[in-house]
Write a protein that binds this ligand. Structure first.
Ligand SMILES: Nc1nc2c(ncn2[C@@H]2O[C@H](COP(=O)(O)OP(=O)(O)OP(=O)(O)O)[C@@H](O)[C@H]2O)c(=O)[nH]1
Ligand SMILES: [Mg+2]
Length: 425
């Protein structure tokens, strides 16, 4: 380390002889400057630059939070679920206001930080409560902002307060995330308050009980992994981030058309769609045309033969057989006879496959490559999700009952004093 003495307050040249006294300190000749009059300023700055090491000889040490975030997380949940506390725990410092008063966070805010050497952006959002209880335009607007945070995020964290029953609000948030086709980690918060306590049956609450309870209640998120956390005890933080990164990785994967053909062929062989009025159900092309979310297009002869129950069956098999086990898949079923597809077909037959109503394979007609297919179905950006039959994401079949507050026993895991929907704090 080098010490350079700076003699300040050298307002004009008549002060220079006095400044020279500073050399008596033993650190060599002082640099003269006046912060007030800027006398010798240029000289001073030049000397300063001249004494710095060249940039290439400096060790590069950039804090992770200064880099572009590797992953964007949106934290959503009902009021008081512990979102801000969880974000602060991840960031390792109090970046968001936490309080026991429900409705503390009033707007979505972006927080950048480093975690385990990786750069993250997390969006804290305002807690949600029943629409009928939203008592101001600010709250409705905050909900819209939370929705846009979800859209921006690579992975969403749905925070559930372990001390509370899963409510209609939690379920609707689950549905929102599922409709957006976002990878979701279900984060159970405040586990320190629950672990080891007695449930209604007098037995200690376990992770397994709670997991079953969530799976039973959150029908909209059948594949989302569940983690148990405590912001107070800093538990489950690394696991949450690791799981989120893994979901992000899954969502970014692209499966080859060859592999998809094999999987679809296998599914059809095992159980083809039941044919109506003797029409043959044929799959003409299948391809993954997009990532984040993985979007698979199946061009078929009659979409109605594949819709509903059979689509859900196919999606379940896709989750099992493709590397998208824990994230939503968007499946788009399209009819073949569109002009662009006819053009495609006119380029001549290529190997593919079709099935008859018994699921037997017949001679192939065509197979498109992904780029051609994406082009043929007219591009598949966001706008496409609503365009035409079979373009909606296929979510689990849910009924109104799947969104109501659970009035039954808070079984088998719930605490003997668990509260009813208590988003009032
Ligand atoms: N024991 C315990 N308490 C927690 C934990 N996480 C949060 N809390 C408490 O729960 C209350 C709500 O926490 P917040 O982080 O403000 O919750 P929030 O989801 O951001 O709430 P809103 O901004 O109002 O939607 C506070 O009193 C926290 O101290 C936890 O892991 N353990
Ligand atoms: Mg908050």
């Amino acid at each position: 380390m080098r010490v350079q003495v700076v003699a300040n307050k050298v307002d004009a040249d008549n002060w220079e002889p006095f400044a020279a006294d500073a050399s008596n300190l033993g650190f060599g000749e002082p640099w003269l400057v006046s912060a007030k009059t800027n006398f010798h300023r240029r000289h001073f700055v030049e000397k300063l630059y001249g004494s710095l090491p060249l940039p290439e000889s400096l060790p590069v040490r950039v804090a992770p939070e200064q880099l572009l975030p590797e992953m964007k997380l949106a934290l959503v949940g009902r009021r008081n679920a512990g979102k801000s506390s969880f974000l602060n725990a991840l960031a390792g410092q109090p970046r968001c206001i936490v309080s026991e008063i429900a409705g503390t966070t009033r707007d979505a805010i972006d927080v950048r930080f480093g975690f385990g050497g990786r750069s993250l952006l997390a969006i804290d959002t305002a807690g949600v409560r029943k629409r009928t209880k939203m008592d101001s335009r600010v709250e409705v607007w905050a909900f819209e902002r939370a929705k846009s945070a979800v859209k921006r995020a690579d992975v969403c964290l749905l925070l559930l307060d372990a001390t509370q029953k899963i409510s209609g609000v939690d379920k609707r948030l689950g549905k929102l995330l599922s409709d957006e086709c976002k990878p979701v980690v279900v984060v159970v918060t405040k586990w320190d308050l629950v672990e080891g306590r007695k449930n209604t049956k007098g037995l200690p609450v376990t992770v397994a009980d709670y997991q079953t309870y969530i799976e039973d209640q959150l029908k909209a998120l059948p594949v989302a992994p569940i983690v148990f956390t405590s912001s107070v005890e800093r538990r489950g933080l690394k696991e949450t981030v690791d799981v989120a990164f893994d979901l992000f990785r899954q969502a970014s994967l692209r499966v080859t058309t060859g592999k998809l053909n094999d999987v679809v062929r296998g599914i059809l062989q095992k159980r083809g769609p039941s044919s109506k009025l003797g029409t043959k159900a044929k799959v003409l092309y299948v391809s993954q045309v997009k990532t984040q979310p993985p979007t698979i297009v199946m061009v078929v002869n009659k979409p109605e033969l594949f819709e509903g129950e059979y689509t859900r069956y196919m999606l379940n098999r896709f989750h099992e057989e493709l590397p998208f086990t824990e994230i939503p898949i968007r499946l788009i079923i399209r009819e073949r006879n569109r002009v662009s597809l006819r053009d495609l077909a006119s380029r001549g037959p290529r190997p593919g496959f079709v099935t008859d109503e018994q699921g037997n394979l017949e001679e192939a007609e065509l197979e498109a490559d992904p780029a051609e297919l994406a082009e043929a179905v007219g591009g598949l950006d966001e706008a496409d999700a609503g365009a035409g039959a079979g373009a909606e994401p296929y979510n689990p079949a849910l009924s109104e009952e799947d969104f109501t507050d659970d009035d039954g026993e808070f079984d088998p895991s719930l605490l003997d004093d668990a509260e009813d929907e208590d988003d009032e704090g």
